[in-house]
Write a protein that binds this ligand. Structure first.
Ligand SMILES: [Zn+2]
Length: 426
């Protein structure tokens, strides 16, 4: 079991942090994959001025500039072409809510990306190493700690740890000088915006390949790092490896020198950006050190990150990426088995005293069709009381798409019974 270096240094560090505020430790180059460099990025991205890296905050802009600054310092090339100009950022807009007049509020955000050009007859093919760099700000949405709404949600594990992984691997590969003449695929290092608001950044990226500085058809594989900072018992979870025939074998070989417990075939604890690449036929594999109680709460802080564990995860990923970059054969895509159609209600949910707030209804969606209104409070579905968005997700996970359900809502002092025809999502 890897006892995190940090926990032995914690009292000292904590005192240090209190003394100097959230100053990240000094950046000491050294070998690319090391716990100190890993923690340096995590502490930088979780500092108060990063404001929990939510879309529309000043903090997400600081995080963007920090990442782009690192890409430039490594001599990497811009990954996007925006209005005919090479760019390290791909701009898009995100809906963040509605103002008092009901007008949609949108915030500008940017995906970030950089290329390490390959060589020889493989250089036109591209392997993606990515992770989202946003989080949920002050927990006004997506927080699992209602009582702490309005407090900073630093997102150290989710996903400052994955972003640290992308930056350390960029440096790891950028510093390698290959004069072995071996052909190498190009590496695309990327940070996705607005993952927490529904994979918005990665969806936009895969739907706008015209803005990529390379041919989208040449993407031969994608590695997603989301929450790799809390390794426990050396257990490293790997998801969606079945989308590429070679993923599992290459990962196991890469792990031989590292010796982590590779956890395969476990149902993923949630979605993430890799699924957007799978949706365009790219074999994608997702690395994660599993959920924990601090997930999506103000307690997801840098002092709980296992820097040595994160570094060990990156050693496995570096070995896997090296195969994906140099193996003559392209990874064979295996389309995921079609999932049964999923039911949906068509609503953005929020928290309420008793019940669940219907914050933003999808126009002409199932609930809208049934007569529900923004601001209504959902009390029960199918006779089951609902007290959190999680309850609604759990209900939908078991419900059948395209069937009718009874929904009880509160509107002011009125309690209304609605019949809702659940939507069908393919
Ligand atoms: Zn995440």
């Amino acid at each position: 079991m890897r006892k995190p270096l940090i926990s032995r240094l914690f009292p000292l560090l904590f005192a240090g942090l209190l003394l100097v505020g959230c100053q990240a430790r000094p950046y000491k180059p050294g070998p690319p994959l090391n716990a100190s460099a890993f923690m340096q990025v995590v502490e930088t991205l979780t500092a108060p001025e990063m404001q929990g890296r939510d879309a529309g905050s000043g903090g997400i802009g600081l995080a963007r500039d920090f990442i782009v600054g690192r890409f430039k310092s490594l001599g990497l090339e811009p990954a996007f072409m925006i209005d005919g100009e090479p760019s390290f950022t791909q701009p898009l807009a995100v809906r963040t809510g509605k103002n008092a007049e009901g007008k949609v509020i949108e915030a500008p955000v940017q995906n970030v990306g950089a290329l390490l050009p390959g060589s020889g007859n493989l250089k036109d093919q591209v392997v993606v190493i990515g992770g989202h760099y946003d989080h949920i700000g002050y927990g006004h949405y997506g927080s699992r700690a209602k009582e702490h709404k309005g407090e900073l949600h630093p997102g150290a594990d989710d996903n400052a740890s994955g972003t640290a992984g992308v930056l350390l691997l960029a440096r790891h590969f950028a510093l390698q000088h290959h004069n072995d003449g071996k052909p190498r695929r190009t590496l695309f290092f990327t940070g996705f915006a607005a993952e927490e608001r529904g994979l918005i950044g990665s969806r936009y990226m895969v739907r706008n390949p015209g803005q990529w500085a390379f041919d989208a058809k040449q993407v031969s594989g994608m590695i997603n790092l989301d929450m790799i900072g809390r390794l426990r018992g050396d257990d490293l979870y790997i998801f969606t490896d079945a989308t590429g025939e070679q993923w599992r074998g290459w990962t196991e070989e890469a792990n031989e020198d590292v010796g982590l417990n590779l956890k395969w075939d476990v149902r993923a604890p949630g979605g993430s950006d890799h699924s957007m690449f799978i949706s365009i036929g790219v074999p994608a594999v997702f690395f994660n050190t599993w959920l924990h109680d601090d997930y999506h709460t103000p307690r997801d802080t840098a002092d709980k990150i296992n820097g040595e564990g994160g570094t060990a995860v990156l050693q496995v990923v570096a070995g896997l990426a090296e195969r994906a970059v140099t193996e003559p054969e392209r990874i064979t895509f295996v389309p995921p088995k079609p999932r049964p159609p999923r039911p949906y209600l068509g609503v953005m949910l929020g928290d309420a005293e008793a019940g669940v707030l219907m914050q933003d209804l999808l126009a002409d969606g199932p609930l809208d069709e049934a007569g529900a209104k923004n601001g209504d409070v959902l009390l029960s579905i199918g006779g089951k009381p609902m007290s959190s968005p999680g309850d609604v997700r759990a209900f939908l996970a078991k419900a059948k798409a395209g069937t009718e359900v009874k929904v009880q809502v509160k509107r002011g002092d009125e309690t209304l019974d609605l019949t809702v025809l659940l939507g069908v999502r393919r």
